[in-house]
Structure formats: C-alpha cells, structure tokens
Design a protein around this ligand. Structure first.
Ligand code: TYD
Ligand code: MG
Length: 466
C-alpha cells in the first residue's frame, strides 16, 4: 500500500507546507493552514481502462513559431443561441468579450441558489448546434432532465453526465469530444491521485489544473461552476482564480428576481461588462434595459426620492435612491443605509451640516437603494443628498429629474467619468433634467427633451431643485 503523505495547505492562497504554521509565508494570512492527505503516486486501479490508456498516451505541447499560431479572433464560440430571442445567451457573449474563446477556462462563481446551474444548463439548451457535455457532480441525470424540461428544451447535442471522479470525466470528454464542457461544480469533483476529500484545497487545485490542461490540449472551452464562501470569495484556493482565463461573478439578492453577471477577470475582453437577468419560472431571462426595472414610474409625488444616473462597469443605469429623515427618538441619532456604504452617507451628512448649515444631527437618517442593488459609484452622491434634503423638507423632487455628480468635502460638486453615457441613458428614459457638475463638460450633441443643468456646489443644487 502506498505510504500516506500529509501536507498543510493555505486555504487562502493554496501554498503547500510540510508543517503547520500560524501564518502563511506566501500570502501572510493568519490561521489558514489546513491539513490534507496527499498521495502523489498515481494509483490507477480505480481508473476505467480508457482513462488508463489516456494517461499513458497524453503527450505534451510542442513549441511553435508565433505567426503560425491560430489567433483568437476566429476561434470564438458564440453561446448566444443566435435566434435573437430575448433569453440568456447574447448578453453572456457580451460579458465574455464577444463569445467564448476556444480552449479557455471560465469560472462562474455565485452563492447557492443564485442560478449558476440554471445559467449553465441554458447554454446547451439554447444552442442546438453546439455539442455540449454537461457534467454534474451535484445532481443526477434525472434531476437535470427535470430542470431541462422546466427550461423548455432537450436535444441530442446536449450530453449529460452525472459523475464526480475527474479521471472518468476527462475520459468521457475525450470520447464524446464536445465543443463545450461544463463542470457543475468544481468543488464536487475529485481526482483519485489525491486522497483528501472533494472540495479541499488540494483537490480543487489539482482538478482545475487537469481541466486547464484538457482545455488547452483539445481547444475545448470549459465552464467551471464555483461555490462562494460566506465572505463572498470563491471557495477553494485563490489559485483557482489565477489559473482560469475568465472569472464571472453571479450576484444578486435571492429575495429579488434580478441577477447581475459581472466579469471580474477576463484575459480576452474587458472587465467592465455586466449583464442583468431576471429569474422567471422558466429560467433566466435577459433584461436588456435594466433602468426600466429599477425606476418605477410613480404617478404621485413622494418626498425623499431621487434618481441617480450611475455607472456599473461600463453600463449606465438609472436607479432610485430613497431617504427618510425623521426626528431622533433617542439621544444618539440612527444612521442606516441599505445598498450603500454607511460611512460615505455619514460623510455626506457632515458636508450638509458644515457647508450648507442643515441641522441633521438631531435626526435619524435612513437610506435605501431601491431594487436591492448595491452601489459604489461616487456619482450617486448628488442623488443621495437630494433625496435626504427632499425628505428633510418634505418636498418632492419632480419625477423627471436625474442626478450624476460626486460631492467633495467642501461641498463642491465634482465631475464624474463618462458623463455622456449617463446623459444618454437619462434621455433614453425620458428624463427632463439631469444635474451634473459644472466642471463636467459633456461632448456631443444635446438630447432632445433633456436639459443638462450644471451645478457647482451643494448650495447651488438646493437653489435649483427646491
Ligand atoms: P440553481 O441554478 O439551482 O442555483 P445554483 O446552481 O446557483 O445553486 O437555481 C436555484 C433557484 O432558481 C431555485 O431556488 C429556484 C430558481 N429557479 C427558478 O425560479 N426558475 C427556474 O426555471 C429554475 C430552473 C430555477
Ligand atoms: Mg447548482
């Protein structure tokens, strides 16, 4: 019997060490070393005969002259379905930077129940011409069939395999020769070369590396589904994120129907891309115009509401900011913000107090970004201040007003990036006025029906809206 070899792995960066250490020497994190059983000597008894012959015959790559290498442009696969229906797919191609590059490894991370399996199963179902092998280590083939029926489709080019042993998956993939391989999920598969359990640092690292080799050698794009830990990082070592070509994050609030697919690493495109989906009873649907979803058109005039023209990645959104200011019931006023950094809100309140003389210190202030969105764009500052003041005065802001400006500590309104995009989005949604920084000089033609209002200070803003 092979001798059992043990090693310590850092669960944050995957660094291997022969003994336990309080602090990882590679990444400097404390208390991250976990013990795992490793057996590097391959024991081929549990392999199928085809897997054994593959392991013996697996040749390496040869050096080639640069001009003779096939370039990336024509070797992309469109996963969009191409029939122009408003379903998952085309948006995914855009987030990937124009389709999937052949031989690339794409990691889709997200919380449980967010829709990773749904998203990845919809790809083969929407692309009848794309031969896909969907491997699930979580669900049985029958469960996948039931899900596919809900999503409305089944065809011969969609192959399904319920398997968790890496070597068997690779053998089946070699035989089936799919144009796309999907692994759901990387944490459930294991290699027989390593004795620690599935989902452990060494297993995740080895399996991902083996799949990377498969992808590069055969030119097949591989999608890996990854779980997310409590603190929002992809479970398993950080090396997983380093070895894959593209990392897509699927996020959203499970209580709301919308989901955002965001590119956080992309070797073949921009990371400024994102796509918005809605979870329906028959799967995920693309939302081509997200602003319409986030700003409900109120008939009546309510106070404490302002519309911000924000940017997420390179995509403009109009979102609704809601504020409630009331007299503090207790000695210390309460400050709470949902979807926005509460420290930044406190800063904005301090600016209002100091620069324009609003006595907000005896008031409770609550802030909410409608739709369950989380915003980090400083251009939302102006809308937040407008909403707070509107609630404080109990005077509504006209429904056709939008705001895009950052607020500085001296109460000045600072310019924001890509103002033309924000203005164009406001015009598209039929806004009447957009307030921007006087220092922002938008290029391009004015939009019909939309008046651009330059303001330079918070006091200036107050004069213009109330
Ligand atoms: P799933 O793709 O299984 O999530 P993940 O793989 O990320 O864990 O999707 C889970 C949720 O999506 C589930 O709670 C139910 C919901 N759902 C729908 O609302 N409509 C559908 O058509 C499908 C397939 C799932
Ligand atoms: Mg799943």
């Amino acid at each position: 019997m092979a001798k059992i070899k043990k090693a310590w792995f850092c669960s944050s960066c995957g660094n291997e060490s022969p003994k336990w250490m309080g602090k990882c020497p590679a990444c400097g994190e404390w208390n991250t070393m976990v013990e795992e059983i490793v057996s590097k000597a391959p024991d081929s008894s549990s392999l199928t005969s085809r897997a054994q012959s593959f392991l013996q015959g697996g040749g390496g790559a040869k050096p080639q002259p640069l001009p003779q290498i096939e370039s990336g442009r024509e070797s992309r696969i469109l996963v969009g379905g191409g029939n122009g229906t408003c379903r998952e797919g085309n948006e995914l191609d855009r987030v990937l930077g124009g389709g999937m590059v052949k031989g690339s490894l794409v990691l889709i991370g997200g919380e449980p129940g967010i829709g990773k399996s749904t998203l990845s199963l919809q790809i083969p179902l929407m692309n009848e011409g794309l031969r896909t092998l969907y491997v699930s280590g979580e669900e049985s083939a029958r469960q996948i069939k039931m899900r596919a029926e809900r999503l409305g489709g089944a065809h011969d080019n969609c192959l399904v395999l319920s398997e968790t042993l890496l070597e068997n998956i690779l053998t089946e993939a070699r035989t089936a020769a799919p144009q796309l391989l999907i692994i759901d999920s990387i944490q459930t598969i294991y290699s027989h070369n390593i004795e620690s359990s599935a989902g452990s640092v060494s297993q995740v690292r080895e399996c991902a590396a083996a799949l990377l080799r498969y992808a590069k050698e055969t030119g097949t794009p591989v999608i890996l589904i990854g779980h997310i830990t409590k603190d929002g990082t992809i479970a398993g070592p950080k090396v997983l994120e380093h070895i894959v070509d593209v990392v897509l994050q699927f996020e959203g609030d499970s209580r709301h129907a919308y989901r955002i697919l965001r590119s956080i690493k992309n070797r073949f495109g921009s990371t400024a891309e994102l796509a918005v989906y809605q979870m329906c009873s028959d799967g995920l649907r693309e939302i081509l115009n997200p602003s319409e979803m986030f700003i409900p058109m109120h008939g009546e005039n309510l106070s404490g509401i302002a519309v911000a023209a924000m940017l997420d990645g390179s995509r403009p959104f109009l979102i609704e900011v809601q504020a409630l200011v009331s007299s503090a019931a207790y000695g210390t006023p309460q400050r709470s913000a949902t979807g926005f950094d509460v420290r930044r809100m406190n800063m904005l309140l301090a600016v209002l107090e100091k620069r324009v003389g609003f006595r907000l210190s005896q008031k409770d202030v609550f802030l909410n970004i409608a739709g369950g969105l989380k915003v980090a764009d400083p251009a939302c500052d102006m809308a937040i201040v407008a909403a707070i003041l509107s609630s404080n005065f109990d005077e509504s802001i006209p429904a056709g007003y939008a705001f895009a400006g950052e607020i500085g500590l001296s109460g000045e309104i600072r310019p924001v990036s890509q103002i033309e995009k924000r203005i164009a989005e406001a015009a598209k949604l039929g806004m009447e006025k957009i307030f921007i920084s006087a220092f922002n000089k938008p290029q391009g033609k004015p939009h019909k029906g939309l008046q651009v209002m330059p303001v330079s200070t918070v006091a200036d803003l107050v004069k213009n809206i109330f």
